[in-house]
Design a protein around this ligand. Structure first.
Ligand SMILES: Nc1ncnc2c1ncn2[C@@H]1O[C@H](COP(=O)(O)OP(=O)(O)OP(=O)(O)O)[C@@H](O)[C@H]1O
Length: 608
């Protein structure tokens, strides 16, 4: 089978996600299913002993049965709480796997619409596609149960094939002929085949419907997220989007209901034929067993064992096949899933370690650097070359969309160049281990995020933090008073998600905390990509200056639209349509005709 490798991988991943759960489940399922079959064996033995009037043996058989049954029953019930706990953990782990992947995946892949769509599809598939990792996990308890029952049934049916006594004198001798048994076995194989075909057909039908269900669910979930997101609440009210959203939800409910009706209908397909074949087999098998027992070819006790095992076989085998067919009919889900999981990770990139230098002598340069975002042809950076000296302060300025942030993202290797190269100490940056390379940069982006964890954890970006170190930078960025007023100081949660005592910081306070975070990381190269855009020009100017004094002799890049904020920098790089069109100090650039002087004078007008 073409996709067998994928199914094997899925089973291994499931096993890794919940070894304890599956082991306990196997023991419990075996114990539960065995209770039924052990009772058939003992019934057989008891009836035979009673018919032989061997009452002494009956007593010991009953005692043994009670002991075995009690052990099996205790195992079944006592394991349940541990199984519930282990299942909860295993379920969670399985659902987490794609999100964990997002954390380690290369950033430029994460930052693409295609990846978000893939993740959304995986999320949706988990609940609706039969061969999603999650649904395979849901089916495993049933599969185990059916499988163990089928194996037990076959074991108990062995006498039907082994105890063949042909007297050569009876007109019923044909009942024991190997041909009759062969026809019976062919009947079972045929019923398996019919069951498989009909299950596969309905599974394929369901698979097609699933596509529509996923599409509808994606929209439904998107709208639900909008509705639950308190931040959208403002816009929803102001632009009166409520009616449209209610209407959308109603339409989605209706189309989901229609699709689900189709799914239920699909489940019925082929069911009838399977039931007819199964009933025929029942009838033939009972007739064979009955006639044999009547003719004395089988001991009377066997009638219970054989007929019960047969009933179990004919009810569990179709279920086992149906479940397997459902899982095997949608390999595409696993193909999609593993294509996502196999996307390259940060750690797969580069192998050179980065030399740890106390003198911060990390020389960065870009040579003929060009870049287009994935799935686009527009060059956002076009043949940019520049060298940066250690310890110097650089300003990157230019109009909206001129490529400033993109340049920074490339410097940090969040994206790789389309052409040209970035070098660190004269070696192509792509050769360095990416995780070590990231350690070289402390960055505050325009759209920085603080998380709903404790303030101290936000600053250290770690569970544990060094209070003295955090407080040092807090003081330096004039946040000490704010922190002293928080209910639990550095231990205070940001936002209300995890604690009612959590606080909402103002925009300006958040920006300073983001700057403290960058200082705490204490990397050799500092970058501020306009995190202070929401502040007034004077405050931004002060913060940039203050920050620059704090980082001493580190190399730094400052992006701002307010040229006055970056005036103190050693060099200013003026970006225009993806190129560096001017480079020099403020005093040099302001004197010559060009973009910088134009922008400077245009802004100066407003500040006069
Ligand atoms: N992830 C992305 N995928 C595709 N195009 C992008 C992506 N990010 C940015 N762009 C495009 O790249 C161009 C440069 O964007 P960039 O953010 O680098 O400009 P910028 O100079 O920093 O602008 P601003 O001053 O507004 O922050 C823009 O045209 C933008 O639309």
């Amino acid at each position: 089978m073409k996709h067998l490798g994928l199914y094997k991988r899925a089973v291994l991943d499931l096993w890794r996600s919940g070894k304890r759960y599956y082991l306990l489940l196997l023991i419990q399922t075996f114990a539960r299913a065995s209770q039924t079959f052990v009772s058939f064996i003992f019934m057989n033995r008891l009836i035979t002993l009673l018919s032989e009037q061997n009452l002494v043996a009956v007593r010991s058989v009953v005692s043994l049965y009670l002991i075995i049954f009690t052990v099996l029953h205790l195992l079944t019930t006592l394991l349940q709480p541990a199984i519930n706990d282990a299942k909860e953990l295993a379920d969670r782990r399985i659902l987490e796997l794609p999100y964990e992947k997002m954390l380690t995946m290369r950033y430029h892949i994460v930052d693409s619409a295609e990846t978000s769509q893939k993740l959304e599809r995986i999320r949706m598939s988990n609940m609706s596609r039969q061969s999603s990792l999650y649904l395979i996990n849901v089916r495993i308890p049933f599969l185990m149960d059916y499988f163990i029952r089928v194996v037990w049934s076959f074991i108990l049916l062995i006498p039907l094939f082994t105890q063949v006594r042909v007297t050569g004198q009876s007109q019923w001798d044909w009942v024991s002929s190997p041909w009759v048994l062969l026809i019976f076995v062919i009947g079972i194989v045929l019923s398996i085949y019919i069951q498989y075909l009909s299950s596969q057909k309905s599974a394929e039908y369901m698979s097609n419907l699933d596509e529509s269900v996923i599409r509808t669910n994606t929209k439904f979930n998107y709208e639900n997220r909008i509705l639950e997101n308190t931040e959208s609440g403002k816009e929803i009210r102001l632009y009166q989007m409520q009616d449209r959203l209610y209407q959308n939800q109603k339409e989605l409910d209706q189309s989901t209901e229609k699709l689900l009706r189709g799914l239920n209908h699909a489940g019925m397909n082929g069911h009838l034929l399977t039931v007819v074949v199964s009933q025929l087999l029942h009838f033939v098998a009972y007739a064979i067993i009955g006639i044999r027992v009547l003719l004395g070819m089988l001991p009377i006790g066997q009638i219970v064992q054989l007929s019960s095992a047969l009933t179990q076989l004919l009810s569990n085998l179709p279920n086992l096949i149906q479940y397997l067919a459902m899982i095997l009919s949608q390999p595409d889900t696993l193909v999609e899933y593993y294509a996502f999981i196999d996307l390259p990770d940060d750690q797969d990139v580069g192998s050179l370690p980065i030399e740890k230098r106390l003198d911060n002598e990390y020389h960065i340069a870009v040579n003929q650097l060009s870049f287009a975002y994935p799935e686009t042809d527009d060059l956002i950076l076009n043949n940019v070359s520049a060298k940066f000296e250690v310890g110097k302060k650089y300003a990157i300025v230019g109009e909206n969309g001129s490529g400033k942030t993109t340049f920074i993202k490339l410097l940090m290797r969040l994206y790789e160049p389309t052409a040209g190269e970035i070098t660190l100490n004269k070696i192509d940056a792509q050769k360095y281990q990416l995780s070590e390379y990231f350690q070289l940069f402390s960055v505050v982006f325009q759209d920085f995020r603080l998380l709903s964890f404790k303030l101290g954890q936000n600053i250290a970006v770690n569970q544990n933090y060094d209070t003295d170190k955090a407080m040092k930078y807090i003081r330096q960025l004039d946040l000490e008073q704010m922190v002293s007023q928080l209910p639990a100081g550095l231990e205070t949660y940001l936002g209300k998600e995890f604690s009612n005592q959590g606080v909402n910081l103002s925009g300006g306070q958040e920006q300073r905390v983001a700057l403290v975070r960058a200082l705490y990381k204490n990397a050799p190269i500092m970058i501020l990509d306009e995190p202070t855009a929401a502040l007034d020009p004077v405050t931004e100017f002060n913060i940039y200056q203050q920050f620059d004094q704090l980082i001493n002799h580190k190399t730094a890049f400052y992006i701002s639209h307010r040229l006055s904020s970056c005036r103190f920098c050693d060099e200013i790089l003026v970006f225009d349509k993806g190129e560096i069109i001017q480079r020099g100090s403020h005093d040099e650039l302001v004197k010559i005709d060009g973009k910088y002087a134009d922008l400077w004078h245009a802004q100066a007008q407003y500040y006069q």
